[in-house]
Design a protein around this ligand. Structure first.
Ligand SMILES: [Zn+2]
Length: 571
């Protein structure tokens, strides 16, 4: 319903603008203090402390520009419990909690159709062009591989985004784009009214779906025809500097790193030839993924003429390499350290490009991350910190089943499945045995919580009925709860214990908890005449969209909460 409404609305709006709204647009464009472009940069899995680990060694222009000239919020956190990619991006885009924006996890279980749902999947809007689909044989991102079609749209995003409200305010005159290697990094940021592009590992090109376009714009076809990814064939990711200059220089070969055949755990990491079926996947597991995203974004800025008039445009660029590298080698690895140094050059390139084309005084930059991430357990153990991989299969289901069967007189499985972080009960069984779903939830949660490695097993019903203590953690779980999509029990593992096995693929490190290493992200505003400040007060990522709305004095997104960041608004 909402998609057709928006598409129709867009058509109507563009028709009306010409006749009715020229006056109001003139008024809008006379506000010279508004930025010509809002550039929202999101770095996937950039825990707040990570840039600081390399900052002293960096040249000017990238992180140094942001940290030394921007307004830096030193204690910024996501306040929801399931710190996954689509959840964090959607929160930054909408200023809402997942309970209201609806993106409660990368995957959830559709109770009505009895199948898993991949957040931005929408079969009604297939990818444009042949062979652009998800190639599951080369997909090492199991969350993405869980999608059953290549159709994509923002229809599962329930609330409006800052970018939607900007489109409404300017009657569709703002140019609004989201770009990322990941579809779930691009689509939420572009909102319902903007356009999104993401990287297809199947083709090495940037793709979009029929939700956004009937056909690729000429400039996209031209960029894709250059096949820039091919230049990396038979090359490798090498260290930027001498190995002796790295904090982790002596830790290149660690047993816990994910050893992908052909790519290995030590430098140089070879991409292989074009015939290597993992070639484009390996590019995304290196700084090259971000560099291709940068190149595409620069082409977009020129071709779509962003920031060329006084109507504020919006571009979101989400860089995914830090996340893939963090998962594969851990955030405290030589690979992650070198990636930060290369990411810094990518950021510097983007910032200097918008300065050259539009001028930094005319561009408001906001940098954040969709989530942080934990260190690898083996490293933590070396420092005496309790840590480990939590095997969800290690939960003693036999013992739990016995308790449940005895108590409720069952002979069938009461659980439909686990889709991180929720356990979903089998409603058919509950109905068949005429059970009280709340009683079953509470009993199962109690049994789960007694299992080793599980810190909290929180029955959703207890949250909703206010039966739990008003703690920060319980609030973060409640903020994640959406009645149509969440399961009956939310599982929180012990700090630094996490599930790292996705459908058989074991990775070094995984985020997705309410603990601080996963919630902690940078929030930095820079450009457009802002003066440097370090702010040490706690702020939340829901504050970002609200601040952008207030900055432009436009309507806030439909479910936005949080607090406007006054240091940015006091310019
Ligand atoms: Zn992520």
């Amino acid at each position: 319903m909402s998609i057709h409404y928006f598409k129709q609305a867009k058509k109507i709006i563009s028709g009306l603008i010409v006749f009715l709204f020229i006056g109001s647009l003139n008024t809008y464009s006379q506000n010279d203090s508004n930025p010509k472009l809002i550039l929202q940069i999101t770095v996937d899995q950039l825990r707040a402390d990570l840039p600081k680990t390399v900052l002293d060694r960096l040249p000017d222009g990238g992180f140094k520009y942001l940290y030394n000239q921007g307004i830096v919020y030193e204690n910024a956190h996501h306040r929801h419990a399931n710190t996954e990619t689509v959840v964090g991006h959607s929160t930054l885009a909408t200023g809402a909690d997942p309970s209201e924006h609806g993106m409660i996890g990368n995957l959830w279980y559709d109770k009505e159709h009895k199948q898993s749902v991949y957040n931005v999947e929408d079969y009604r809007y297939p990818l444009i062009g042949s062979g652009k689909g998800v190639d599951k044989t080369t997909e090492i991102d199991p969350t993405q591989a869980a999608a059953s079609t290549d159709g994509r749209s923002p229809s599962a995003l329930i609330s409006t985004t800052f970018s939607d409200e900007l489109a409404l305010f300017t009657n569709g005159k703002s140019k609004i784009f989201g770009v990322s290697v990941k579809d779930r990094g691009a689509i939420p940021m572009a909102g319902h009214a903007g356009k999104a592009f993401w990287f297809s590992k199947a083709t090495g090109q940037f793709a979009t779906s029929t939700y956004y376009y009937d056909d690729y714009p000429d400039w996209v076809n031209k960029w894709n025809k250059k096949e820039k990814y091919k230049a990396y064939a038979n090359t490798s990711w090498n260290l930027t500097h001498d190995i002796s200059t790295y904090i982790h220089g002596e830790e290149d070969d660690m047993p816990y790193e994910t050893n992908l055949p052909g790519y290995g755990v030590v430098f140089p990491h070879n991409f292989g030839g074009l015939d290597n079926k993992y070639f484009t996947t390996f590019l995304t597991l290196s700084p090259v993924g971000d560099e291709l995203t940068l190149d595409f974004a620069k082409e977009l800025i020129v071709a779509e003429q962003l920031g060329r008039d006084n109507i504020t445009d919006y571009l979101s660029v989400s860089f995914s390499s830090t996340d893939y590298i963090g998962h594969t080698f851990g955030p405290a690895s030589l690979e992650s350290e070198d990636n930060l140094i290369r990411l810094d050059r990518t950021l510097a390139n983007l910032i200097s490009f918008v300065n050259e084309k539009i001028g930094l005084d005319n561009v408001l930059i906001v940098l954040s991350a969709d989530h942080g991430g934990p260190d690898v357990p083996e490293r933590l153990k070396n420092f005496g910190i309790d840590a480990g991989y939590f095997d969800i299969n290690s939960v003693d289901t036999t013992a739990i089943s016995q308790v449940m069967n005895k108590k409720f007189n069952l002979t069938e499985k009461i659980v439909s499945g686990y889709f991180h972080p929720y356990v979903y009960l089998n409603t058919d069984v509950i109905n068949k045995y005429n059970l009280d779903v709340n009683e079953v939830s509470r009993t199962l949660a109690y049994e789960l919580q007694n299992q080793e490695g599980i810190a909290f097993a929180i029955a959703s019903i207890d949250l909703l009925e206010g039966k739990l203590a008003d703690t920060e953690l319980n609030r973060s779980v409640l903020r994640n709860y959406n009645p149509k999509r969440s399961g009956e029990i939310f599982i929180v593992t012990e700090p630094y214990w996490y599930i790292n096995d996705f459908d058989g693929l074991t990775v070094a490190s995984t985020h997705g908890s309410p603990w601080k290493y996963d919630t902690s992200v940078p929030v930095i505003f820079a450009g457009n005449g802002l003066k440097h400040q370090n702010i040490f007060r706690n702020v939340e990522t829901v504050d970002v969209a609200l601040t952008l709305s207030n900055y432009l004095k436009i309507k806030i997104p439909s479910a936005a909460s949080g607090q406007p960041l006054i240091e940015v608004l006091k310019k």
